[in-house]
Design a protein around this ligand. Structure first.
Ligand SMILES: Cc1cc2nc3c(=O)[nH]c(=O)nc-3n(C[C@H](O)[C@H](O)[C@H](O)COP(=O)(O)O)c2cc1C
Length: 193
């Protein structure tokens, strides 16, 4: 049995381009044999990475307060769900040139030293392996391969940092202009997966 984890982060609800496309990716790659875990990051009230959160991570379990343990447990659960998946389908719209706050918070909670990456003599090493990611990037403008795209390169960096290096990007660029053309181009990429 293969497992898919399907993560959406658009704040645009039913009008979201990336939500529409991540659903299509899941449908396309899931030939009926895969179990899907769905997380709508826009609906989660996840702890942000402040001093208290990072202090919870750095405090040994037996010394954590109940509030610190609750935060560590939330992070542990997100990591368990990610570890259990063979395939990650991620929706990543561009807001203010970068990823949604909610997606940044997710990365902050699943990027933990000693759990999803570790420092070695040759540098940091990701601890997740044998996973494939499909990332839908939607943006009003078209910033593909430009220096001011802080979405696609950043997501590849973050996924690679925790060991997910096989990343397929599906781009819906220019949704503020010809939205149908942006969707059609992304759908063509999905069909070819
Ligand atoms: C608050 C906000 C900020 C945005 N910032 C950008 C931006 O910096 N660059 C851009 O190309 N599009 C920007 N857009 C447009 C979105 O990237 C575009 O609507 C995209 O399709 C969003 O994906 P979604 O529909 O899945 O949320 C922004 C949209 C919103 C609502």
């Amino acid at each position: 049995m293969n497992n898919i984890i399907h993560l959406d982060s658009s704040i645009m609800g039913d009008n979201s381009v990336s939500r529409q496309l991540t659903a299509q990716v899941v449908k396309h790659i899931n030939q009926g044999q895969k179990a899907t875990t769905y997380i709508d990051l826009a609906q989660q009230e996840l702890p942000t990475l402040d001093g208290f959160t990072v202090g919870s991570f750095f405090t040994q379990k037996e010394h954590r307060t109940s509030e610190q343990q609750a935060i560590a447990t939330t992070s542990d659960q997100l990591i368990s769900q990610l570890k259990a998946a063979d395939v990650i389908v991620l929706g990543a719209p561009m807001y203010n040139f970068t990823i949604p706050t909610q997606l940044k918070t997710y990365f902050d909670l699943v990027t933990r030293a000693g759990i999803t990456f570790q420092y070695t003599e040759t540098g940091p090493k990701g601890l997740l392996d044998n996973k494939t990611a499909y990332v839908v990037v939607s943006s009003g403008g078209d910033y593909r391969n430009q220096a001011n795209d802080f979405v696609t390169p950043y997501i590849k960096l973050m996924l690679g940092f925790i060991g997910i290096s096989e990343v397929h990007v599906i781009t819906a660029a220019g949704t503020a202009g010809d939205k149908d053309a942006a969707l059609a181009s992304a759908q063509k990429t999905i069909s070819a997966l």
